[in-house]
Design a protein around this ligand. Structure first.
Ligand code: ZN
Length: 462
């Protein structure tokens, strides 16, 4: 593939070179550095603080081989940064985040995080390297502190750090509430100008490292084709069409270092590790521990909910569920699921179609705080992403709230919707009902969930 594209590139180069003579051989679009009142050490310090915060929230993948692979690709790219954009203070390192969203981001001074979703989405190692080279370019061009310089002419560096990096720390808190997986929200949002510089330098780094720079452009298409437009790298890196053409144009001016060509089998092996399963071990999502463990993962193929409902008495509350949904009681409350809708993955019970009911002790001042804390405990370290905010709902005549999350089922890999409904019990404890179904089945399961919710009766009336 490299040989073919090089030949084509050479032909185009000749045409371009004729058109733009007397430019030097392989002249590239120049990249200028922006005004920056910070020293490179400040980038390192800022990035380190942000990395420490990010790593508290992100679920890092504990797979040494995959981490080593991404680290290897990253260091190959770092070695290809043109000398004029190298900073000896910077320490580039690369970590894999266990999250399905197609995303990656780098922090000032060098820390970089690549989601498993990005690795899974890339068609070739060069496509993955393209995103990484682009992110490395933001770091090398010191875009983070350049942007802060522009935005906050009179603030001191310590003030900026105190504000949580002005752009980094604050939004990390927000991300935590959303389950820490909305990494896009604490990416620095760069201007078009910065983005296009990172594309240009990224393409140059790619070529020197032995990758076809066109694969940076191709990665935009790949992400787009996989519906990556929601909240991931794609949403912080818009106007794909524009950039696609521009990167490809720059690529004509670049000579790919074929001596450094990577091994195409490495990404294949990495993807096999991803689908093989060590990464799902820590993924909580809708999994619960200690429920009666059905053997094998849930098939997700379930029979339609019976229109006959049977009551179930749980002491403080009672509920009715479709006759063909069986109870499973565990430390995370009471679950009801049809056959095929519950199963076991890595020792955890995972559901595809189910409701979960229970109550949690709460020391919160008010129902809202209790609900916020409960939601946080569920979403932290998971892939759950909120769809809008709370809505009011009535639970056996009591004011309650409902919030909906998007998730990816850890057994089937299918998108699913998770509805969480809460209300306060007389004791102050928080009652909850969680309803899970594949996104595609939601329309047909919604009436069942509504019926189950309507059947709830509290027995702590005063
Ligand atoms: Zn960017």
């Amino acid at each position: 593939m490299h040989h073919r594209t090089r030949a084509k590139g050479l032909l185009l180069f000749v045409l371009v070179a004729v058109a733009i003579l007397p430019r030097a051989i392989f002249a590239q679009t120049p990249i200028k550095l922006h005004g920056n009142k910070y020293k490179p050490e400040d980038d390192v310090k800022l990035g380190r603080e942000a990395a420490a915060q990010a790593e508290q929230k992100l679920q890092l993948l504990g797979d040494p081989q995959l981490n080593a692979y991404v680290q290897r690709v990253g260091q190959r790219l770092v070695a290809a940064i043109p000398p004029e954009f190298q900073h000896q203070e910077f320490q580039y390192y690369f970590k894999v985040v266990n999250a399905k969203e197609i995303n990656a981001f780098a922090l000032p001074g060098g820390p970089m995080y690549v989601n498993t979703g990005m690795i899974a989405a890339a068609k070739t190692e060069a496509e993955m390297a393209g995103v990484m080279a682009h992110e490395i370019s933001h770091v090398a061009l010191r875009h983070g502190t350049a942007q802060v310089t522009k935005a906050q002419k009179y603030d001191t560096f310590s003030q900026i750090l105190g504000m949580g990096g002005a752009v980094l720390g604050g939004p990390i808190g927000t991300a935590a509430q959303l389950g820490a997986q909305g990494m896009g929200v604490y990416l620095l949002k760069f201007s078009r100008e910065y983005e296009s510089e990172a594309d240009l330098l990224g393409a140059r780094i790619m070529a020197t490292a032995g990758y076809d720079p066109r694969d940076l452009a191709n990665m935009f298409k790949t992400i787009e084709s996989q519906g990556g437009g929601e909240g991931g790298w794609f949403s912080s890196h818009p106007s794909a069409k524009d950039r696609y053409a521009k990167i490809n144009k720059e690529a004509e001016l670049l000579k790919v270092n074929t001596a450094a060509a990577p091994d195409a089998n490495d990404l294949v092996a990495a993807k096999q590790r991803l689908s093989g399963g060590p990464m799902t071990a820590n993924n909580q999502g809708t999994a619960v521990g200690n429920a009666a463990n059905p053997a094998g993962p849930p098939s997700g193929r379930v029979e339609k909910p019976s229109s006959r409902y049977v009551p179930y008495d749980k002491g403080v509350f009672s509920v009715s569920v479709p006759e063909n949904w069986k109870p499973l009681e565990g430390q995370n409350g009471l679950w009801f699921a049809p056959a095929g809708g519950a199963g076991s993955v890595n020792g955890q019970t995972v559901f595809t179609h189910a409701v979960n009911l229970g109550a949690v002790r709460s020391a919160a001042k008010d129902p809202q705080q209790a609900t916020d804390e409960f939601i946080k405990s569920i979403t932290q370290g998971s892939d759950l992403r909120a769809r809008g905010g709370y809505q009011r709902v009535d639970v056996n005549g009591r004011p309650g709230q409902i919030i909906t999350f998007d998730n990816v089922n850890e057994a089937t890999g299918q998108p699913e919707l998770v509805n969480i409904i809460t209300t306060q019990l007389r004791s102050g404890d928080l009652f909850y009902m969680i309803a899970v179904s594949p996104r595609d089945d939601y329309q047909s399961y919604h009436p069942t969930f509504a019926e189950i919710l309507r059947s709830i009766r509290f027995k702590d009336q005063d």
